[in-house]
Design a protein around this ligand. Sequence first.
Ligand code: NAG
Ligand code: NAG
Ligand code: NAG
Ligand code: NAG
Ligand code: NAG
Ligand code: FE2
Length: 470
Amino acid sequence: MRLLGFRCFVAVALLLGLLLNVPETCNGGKTSAFVRKDEKATDMPLDSDVFKVPSGYNAPQQVHITQGDLVGKAVIVSWVTQDETGSSVVRYWSEKSKEKKVAKGKYTMYRYFNYTSGFIHHCTIRDLEFNTKYYYEVGIGFTTRQFWFITPPEVGPDVPYTFGLIGDLGQSFDSNRTLTHYEMNPRKGQTVLFVGDLSYADNYPNHDNVRWDTWGRFTERSTAYQPWIWTAGNHEIDFAPEIGEKVPFKPYTHRYHVPYRASESTKPFWYSIKRASVHIIVLASYSAYGKYTPQYKWLEAELPKVNRTETPWLIVLLHSPWYNSYNYHYMEGESMRVMYEPWFVQYKVDVVFAGHVHAYERSERVSNVAYNIVNGQCTPVKDQSAPVYITIGDGGNLEGLATNMTEPQPAYSAFREASFGHAIFDVKNRTHAHYSWHRNQDEYSVEADSMWFFNRFWHPVDDSTSYPSK
Ligand SMILES: *[C@@H]1O[C@H](CO)[C@@H](O)[C@H](O)[C@H]1NC(C)=O
Ligand SMILES: *[C@@H]1O[C@H](CO)[C@@H](O)[C@H](O)[C@H]1NC(C)=O
Ligand SMILES: *[C@@H]1O[C@H](CO)[C@@H](O)[C@H](O)[C@H]1NC(C)=O
Ligand SMILES: *[C@@H]1O[C@H](CO)[C@@H](O)[C@H](O)[C@H]1NC(C)=O
Ligand SMILES: *[C@@H]1O[C@H](CO)[C@@H](O)[C@H](O)[C@H]1NC(C)=O
Ligand SMILES: [Fe+2]
């Protein structure tokens, strides 16, 4: 019955001429025929400009920041010193007061096969004022370097805020193009939601962790100035018992800290934050998620806490997509979908961003929750309580693009294209958010795909035809 409704909808939309360029077969949405580069991406060599070690004795490098508490009044500052321990202190001051303050952090280090890390410092600065520019300095005692960030506005229902979306970045020439396009995008992302797979160091012999360091230096030009919200992907696991590395996520957890305790999580792989008008839930595709597991119990308790009066927008980040019509990582997200999709519909998640598949895809609002083993109802149906699923794993890592798609395009898939790029989710108020996808081949301001999101709690009107087809 509901499926019939969806077909009718497609037919009506076609009649109205709303969906241009739909293939004659009318199986699904649009598969873009854009001619993209179809060859392996190449990693930038070790002596590339983007990997340059900052000058000065024991100069801090790989500086990155992320949100440090539940609401955005704290920031975790992280950096690495190579020559000696140095100081874990951050000196910071607001543009308004200029009174300098200090916060003391801690350092850690780790060994991986025959690699020894530098001194990895993490320092949380707390009690910051909202909506304020802060300058900060690290490397005190030896070579100091100065950076800045802007805190988000206070959490509230109509606070506009702009998020960038990047996934599966790696450190190839294409990765550098993606980051440049994000930086140059006139829509100006204020925080990056990163959907997993950072450095791809594990593609090197013995997971050469030098490539974790180069990645940290490459991304510093963005990560030191605006928070990146981290999601763990499969390339963060670094589980290699054949070389004696039996602790999963060792490099990742030493290098990238997240404020998981603030949301009562027990592990850094799943957690939540509130930022401006958005409640963001980060899930772990590579930690246990079955019934009775810590992640399951956490999510079960977390979803009822989401207060749409305070944070109208509910965004979920995870690495392995649930709705993916490429012939790569096909159905890898299926078991997690089976566990959690009914909750996403019940709690009206606005959008789910995933990576993993090195391409771009956006779904209709669909759910597939009717199946109960005996009834045979296992087809995704249009569902206005369901999120839009977006795969944004097209950051440009060395593994290259996923170009092989399932044919015909399934009905739930609204748009798919195998090009490198990034996206922007631009929240305007409690009812409207403008979303756009930007491919690297285009000029900085070009939107290769876009959609006006209508909030599922405040304005649950069908938004599938609100975007112009491109
Ligand atoms: C680690 O081992 C590899 C392979 O044996 C070798 O090529 C590399 O130089 C070693 N690195 C260090 C830091 O010892
Ligand atoms: C990376 O991009 C930046 C900014 O566009 C540019 O200055 C730099 O030369 C690029 N580096 C490489 C190795 O492509
Ligand atoms: C939800 O947030 C609003 C606005 O901040 C607040 O007035 C209300 O008490 C909250 N509801 C619950 C159940 O906490
Ligand atoms: C695309 O993937 C399908 C399914 O895995 C496979 O049968 C087919 O050979 C692939 N096509 C190409 C051109 O690689
Ligand atoms: C919310 O933002 C949209 C898009 O900018 C705008 O059309 C709408 O009027 C806004 N709503 C309110 C209540 O301001
Ligand atoms: Fe992945």
